[in-house]
Design a protein around this ligand. Structure first.
Ligand SMILES: [Zn+2]
Ligand SMILES: [Zn+2]
Length: 88
């Protein structure tokens, strides 16, 4: 009996790590669209200076009140559903 394991997403978890903005921690970050994580909630888990981006929040489907993953704030509020037009 052979069982095939397909764990391709295991190595992909590290790509979700986002560095915490040091300027924001010290209250010095004034960028509107900062590429680093602005952690507002204390329940967000910070590991080694990085947070894990919540995949559900990116899709807008995270319903957890105290999610331990980081919810990135979308700067553009005008376009609610912006299709990803990345030609490859
Ligand atoms: Zn920042
Ligand atoms: Zn979440």
């Amino acid at each position: 009996m052979l069982i095939c394991f397909e764990d391709e997403e295991v190595s992909n978890t590290s790509s979700n790590g986002l560095p915490v903005c040091r300027d924001y921690v010290s209250g010095q970050c004034h960028r509107e669209a900062c590429r680093y994580a602005h952690v507002k909630d204390k329940n967000v888990e910070v590991i080694d200076g990085k947070v894990t981006v919540c995949r559900d929040a990116v899709k807008g489907k995270c319903t957890r009140p105290n999610c331990k993953y980081y919810h990135p704030t979308t700067s553009s509020s005008s376009s609610a559903s912006a299709p990803d037009q990345t030609p490859r």
